[in-house]
Design a protein around this ligand. Sequence first.
Ligand code: ADP
Ligand code: MG
Length: 693
Amino acid sequence: MPVAAPTLEQPASALRGVGDALAAKLAGLGIERVIDLLLHLPLRYEDRSRCQRVATLRHNVPAQLALRVLEVDQRSAPRRQLRVFCADADGAPLLLRFFHFRNAQGQGFRPEAGLRVWGTARMGPGGWEMVHPEYRLFPELAAVRPEGGILPVYPLSAGVTQSRLRGLVAAALEAAATDPVLAVDVPGLDGPTTLAALRLLHQPPDADTAAALEAGTHPAQQRLIREELLAHQISLRMVRRRVRADAAPKLAEMTAARAELGGQLGFAMTGAQQRVIDEIGADMAQESPMLRLVQGDVGSGKTVVAAAAMLAAVRGGWQAALMAPTELLAEQHARTLEEWLAPLGLRVTLLTGRLKKAERTARRDAIVEGAVDVAVGTHAVFQEDTRFAKLGLVVVDEQHRFGVRQRLALRDKGPEGHRPHQLVMTATPIPRTLAQTAYADLDVSVIDELPPGRTPVVTAAVANTRREEVIARLREAVAAGRQAYWVCTLIEESEQLAAQAAGETAELLEAALPGARVGLAHGRLSAADKQQVMREFKEGAIDVLVATTVIEVGVDVPNASIMVIENAERLGLSQLHQLRGRVGRGHAESQCLLMYQPPLGEAASERLDVMRRTHSGFVIAEKDLALRGPGELLGRRQTGVVGLKIADPIRDADELPAMAELAEKLLDAPDASDTVTRLVARWVGDVQRYGQV
Ligand code: ADP
Ligand code: MG
C-alpha cells in the first residue's frame, strides 16, 4: 500500500524508521517535526570527494586516502593491537592502528590489497598514523575509488549517529520536495528559495561550496540568516501587537508620583532614575499596555523606579503587583516598598509560600477585594490563583531569562477588558545589538548611572597558594564589624560536590576565625533553609557567608564589603560581575578577591584582567560576548528562548534593521498573513504558545 509522503509539519516519527525511542533522542536535539531536521544545520563538512596523498596530511585533520597494504602485524602485549603498515601511490608510509578488532579482521588486510581510509591523521613517533579509521578494502591500489560527496557533520546527542542523521535529513529533503511550503518566495527576501538554500547546506555539491559554508560567506546562508532574523522579529512583534491591541488604564499621574516618592527617599534620585521614570510615565499615560524593559547594572537603583511606577498606578486608582524570582527578594522588596509607600497611605502586602495557609488566603482575599494597593510576591505564588480587583501594573524584577511566558503570566489578572501595564527589570546588561534581537517585543530603558558616593569595588586576583593572606584579611574585616561572602565553585558541575567543598571551607573558616559567625548556603539545602541563612546574613547574625554560586542576584546587604570567589578562573565574566555586585553597596570601601589556581590560561587571565579594570556591567557584557560568543553569554536555556538556529545576533547585526522593517511591513500587509504564519511556524514554532499563556 503506497504511503503518502510525510509533510514537513508532521512529527519526525512520520518518517520511515523513526520509532518512539529515536523520536525521543531527536527531541533531545530540538528536533520534533520533519522540518526541524532540515533546520538542524551541519557544524562542518567532510570532503570525501577525493583521496589525498600523505604529503598533504595535516596533524589532527581528518582526511581520505587511497593506500596499498604493505604488512600486517597483530600483537597482544603490552596492549592488544592490530597494526597495518600502508603506503600511498607516492610510496609515502602511513600506519593504521586498531585496538578493538576481531581476529578475522586482521586477515582481511592482505599485502598489496587496496584500501580506502577515512580518519584523523596524527603525526606519531614513527610518522603519520590513524587510529580506528573507517576503511574499505579494494583488490589493489589502482582500483580504490573515493567514497564521493561532501558529508555534513551535525551536532549530535547520545544514541544518534552521523550516518543515521544524514539518512533522516535526506528523507526530510525528499519530503520537502513534494511539500510546497519551502519553495514559496518570501516577499522582500532575495536569493535562492528556502528549500534550495537548505538543500545546499545539507548536501553541498563541491568542496568550494563547503568551504564557503564553513566560513559563513555563502549566499544561501545569508538568505537563511535573513529569513530567520525576519521570522524572529515577526514573532516578537506579533506578541507585542497582540498585547498592545488590548486596552490598558490611562495613568497620567507619574509627574506627581515622582515628586511624592522623592520626598520619601533619604536620597536624591539620580538623573538616570528620573529619566527612566519619565519614560515609564509616558507609556503609562497611553491607553494601550506598556511593555517596557528597564536594564540597570547591579546597584543602579531599579527598585526606586519600580516604586515610582507603582505609586503612579495606585494614584490613578489601580492596583500594582511586583513579582520577584525568590522569596527573599520578595521580602526585601516588600520591606522597602512598605518603608517608602506606607507613609504615603499605600497598603502593601507580601505573598510568599512561607505564609501559613490561612494568612495567605486572607491576604489573597484582601487583594481581590481591593483592600491592598501593592502586592509583592514570588512568581510562583502569583501564578497560583491570585486575582486582583483592579490590576493596572505588573512589575517583574530580575528577569534575566528572556521568556515571554512569565512576562505575560499576569495579563489576565486585570478586570475584564483591561490588560495591565508591564515593566520588566533586569540586571543582566546585554549589548544593544543583542537587545534588539532578544527584546524586539519590548521598549528598553537603561539606567546608565550609579547612585553617587559608591566607591568602586577594589578587585584583585590572588593565587590560591595565598589563601592564608586572604583569611587574615577576612579576620581584620570581621573584627571591624564588616561582613563577607566566600563563594565556592568547583571544577565539576556537581552541586553535591560544591556543597561538600563549601561545608569544608566553612569548617576551615570557623577554625581560622575564632569568634566569627560562619553561615553556609548551598543548593542542597531546602529552599526554606537557604532563605533562612540568607535572612540571618542580611540581619547581621552571620559574619561570613560561605556559599556556592546559588547566592541570589538582587540581594542587598549593604554591610557586606568583602567578596572572595574561589576558582574564579572557571567562571564567566557575567557571573563574576553578578557576584561582585553583591558588595560595594554601602559606604565602606569594598574588596573582591578572585582566587585562582595557577597556572592561569590565557582566556582566564584575560577575564580576571577585565574584572580588575572594569566595573561597568555593559562594558563587561560586551567583553563577555567578544570572548565567548553570544550562545554562551545567554546561557543554554536562554539561547533556547532567543532560539536562533543559524543567525548570530552579533555577527549578523547589520542585517537586523532591514529585517525589523520588513517584519513590520509584512505584518501590515493583509495578503502576507500566510507567509507570516509559515515563517514563524518554521523558525520559531508555535507563537500561540508565547502569546496565550
Ligand atoms: P538594583 O538596581 O540592583 O535593584 P537597588 O534598587 O536594590 O538596586 O538599590 C541598591 C541600593 O542603592 C539600595 O540600598 C537603594 O536604597 C540605594 N539607592 C537607590 N537609588 C539611590 C540614589 N539615587 N541615591 C542613593 N542611594 C540609592
Ligand atoms: Mg534589584
